[in-house]
Design a protein. Sequence first.
Length: 153
Amino acid sequence: MGKFWPPLGSPFQLLLLACSFALAGYAGVRLLADDWFQVALWFVGAAVVHDLVLLPLYATADRALVRAAGAAGQRERAAYVRVPAVLSGLLLLVWFPLISGRVADRYESATALSASGFLGRWLLITALLFGGSALLLVVRLRRATKERPPAVH
């Protein structure tokens, strides 16, 4: 197959791969059993919204971030903003109905738990992600300056 195809793994890896395909197939059959048209419509809608709305937004934001980082030596610092932004955005995407409060009544009736606090927790997690990333950047910059030999004049 050449250098483009990875070699087959161990029998355990192949078994795990086969099990994951079987589980995905089972989940797909169960998901499509009730109202397959609505599920298919949701997937197509999600793909269209992602490709036509979200992708241009975050690609533009990432390009602006890299430009703001300036010189080539500073560009790797963009990852210290990218990672917490992606994780925070993913959490927002998954929990948006509860963060926005749109389904608070349904959530409370289904779980008997209060839906309040999701916005505050998401903001706290976002602050911790960005704060931890900033702390990691500071630690790495200090290590780099300590390891760098002094300049000879």
